[in-house]
Design a protein around this ligand. Structure first.
Ligand code: GUN
Ligand code: FE
Length: 457
């Protein structure tokens, strides 16, 4: 099962997918009368022999392969704080909960513990690709990249830049210091994975309020010199944050034609087709059009936006403006490491937008799963490579099981799973039950680039 388009999932029954030794999908043999028939007609076409392949198959009608999830925005360094946000909102949440924790990860032993667990946990939830923020500390940011590479999780790994309006115990000492620390981390990550195969560095100005104009300018210059590097930041998440940006970056300071948040990034060359903008809750019409024109992408983080009361992003509206969107957990603004949970919340938040009077705002099960996979792939610059099952794409996938396998092999007899399947549900209904009630118990096996990276015993 995978997304064909935003509106449509494709259900390939009795289908064999061939993945070669480098993790690429080389053939798809769809719609046979049985799995055996699909498999055995696939092999001769590839000149493969049965004893040269290993096969994993769905064991019952409620088991299926689905593309791995893409988490387009999360803070690996904030994982210990999931669920801990009280009644805070963004700016006090940062000062109270977030900066002290991030600062403490300059302790290498603590960083190793946190990063090892966040990778294990997100893989267990089916996240095969993650756009991570680490911290300002270079060695532990580099350690995060090492750990992603060895665990086999695709990752964008960003060393966080912040040289103002942050506590003295946790900030870059100057724009120059921030830029040279950024370069140091980029060089290290390029060194461990020169092909950007599994891990790649990402330019990461935390958000406009915590970056001085010279720092944003320096990062914009670096982005222009290095068109291979993605960029990630936050935008228009919270009303007080937006007011702060207007105060800090008036048009006289940026040279922009107006005082919008998006224009600040644009003025410094950071609003590009490689830019991942987290949140975008309160964007104006003008900003959505500017973002679409520049080809920048939005990471929708519904769990976070509800938890720290930022607001309800209008995803339908953004997409209709031509903005590419994906989903982010935004741990630990968001309390859950699960992209499936983010998909569920995207559906619910869209219903809150609809209750405001725009019924067309509602997102379907198919649409939120698209955002979690193919949409996310486009957001992180990996469209055509991951996010779906097509020849030429890489095998980043999860085996999802609903119900439990009965003694007879499970046909129509799948009680006691966390998602009960009675046997009479259509495939569309099974997928809907998964989206609204599923969790990591349903994710049995996870692969990245053909490599098994998680198995739930
Ligand atoms: N804006 C600036 N930093 C952060 C962060 O760590 N999380 C979220 N959600 N918003 C931010
Ligand atoms: Fe965030």
């Amino acid at each position: 099962v995978h997304s064909k388009t935003l509106a449509e999932l494709e259900y390939l029954h009795n289908t064999a997918i061939a993945v070669n030794a480098t993790g690429k999908i080389v053939a798809i043999e769809p719609d046979h009368t049985s799995l055996d028939s699909a498999l055995f007609s696939l092999l001769p076409k590839l000149n493969w022999t049965a004893d040269s392949v290993s096969a994993t198959s769905t064991a019952s009608p409620s088991h299926f392969f689905f593309p791995g999830f893409i988490d387009t925005h999360l803070h690996a360094s904030q994982y210990p704080n999931v669920g801990i946000f009280g009644n805070s909102t963004l700016l006090d949440w940062l000062n109270t909960y977030t900066f002290p924790l991030e600062a403490s990860l300059s302790d290498p032993a603590k960083a190793r513990k946190v990063y090892t667990r966040v990778i294990r946990k997100t893989l267990a939830h089916g996240t095969t690709c993650a756009a991570y923020y680490a911290t300002v500390d270079v060695p532990s940011t580099n350690l995060l990249a090492d750990l992603c590479l060895s665990a086999g999780q695709r990752a964008l790994v960003g060393r966080v830049c912040m040289d103002q309006l942050s506590p003295s115990y946790y900030r870059d000492e100057s724009p120059e210091a921030a830029l040279s620390a950024t370069m140091e981390s980029i060089k290290y990550i390029e060194g461990i994975d020169p092909a950007f195969d599994i891990v790649r560095p990402v330019l990461t100005p935390r958000f406009a309020p915590s970056c001085s104009a010279p720092l944003l300018q320096g990062l914009g210059k670096l982005a222009a010199e290095r068109p291979d590097l993605p960029i990630q930041t936050h935008i228009s998440e919270n009303k007080n944050e937006i007011a702060l940006v207007k105060e800090l970056f008036p048009p006289s300071a940026t040279g922009a034609g107006d005082d919008s948040y998006s224009s600040v990034y644009d003025a410094f060359g950071l609003l590009t087709d490689r830019t991942i903008l987290a949140h975008g809750v309160h964007l104006s019409e003008f900003e959505a059009e500017l973002i679409a024109k520049r080809g920048a992408k939005v990471s929708h983080c519904p769990c976070s936006n509800s938890a720290i009361t930022s607001g309800a992003a209008r995803v339908r509206w953004l997409m209709e403006k031509g903005v590419t969107c994906g989903l982010g957990t935004d741990m630990s603004g968001g309390y859950s490491p699960s992209v499936l949970e983010a998909a569920r919340h995207a559906a619910l938040v869209s219903r809150h937008v609809a209750m405001g009077g725009d019924d067309a705002a509602k997102l379907t099960v198919e649409e939120v799963l698209y955002l979690a996979t193919k949409g996310g792939a486009e957001v992180v610059g990996m469209e055509g490579k991951v996010g779906g099952f097509e020849v030429g794409m890489e095998w980043d996938a999860q085996l999802v099981t609903l119900g439990t396998v009965g003694e007879d092999g499970g046909v129509g007899d799948e009680e006691d799973g966390n998602v009960d399947v009675f046997g009479w549900e259509s495939w569309e209904d099974r997928i809907a039950k998964w989206v609204y009630n599923g969790d990591d118990r349903n994710t049995r096996m996870v692969w990245v680039k053909g490599r098994l990276v998680h198995e739930r015993k």
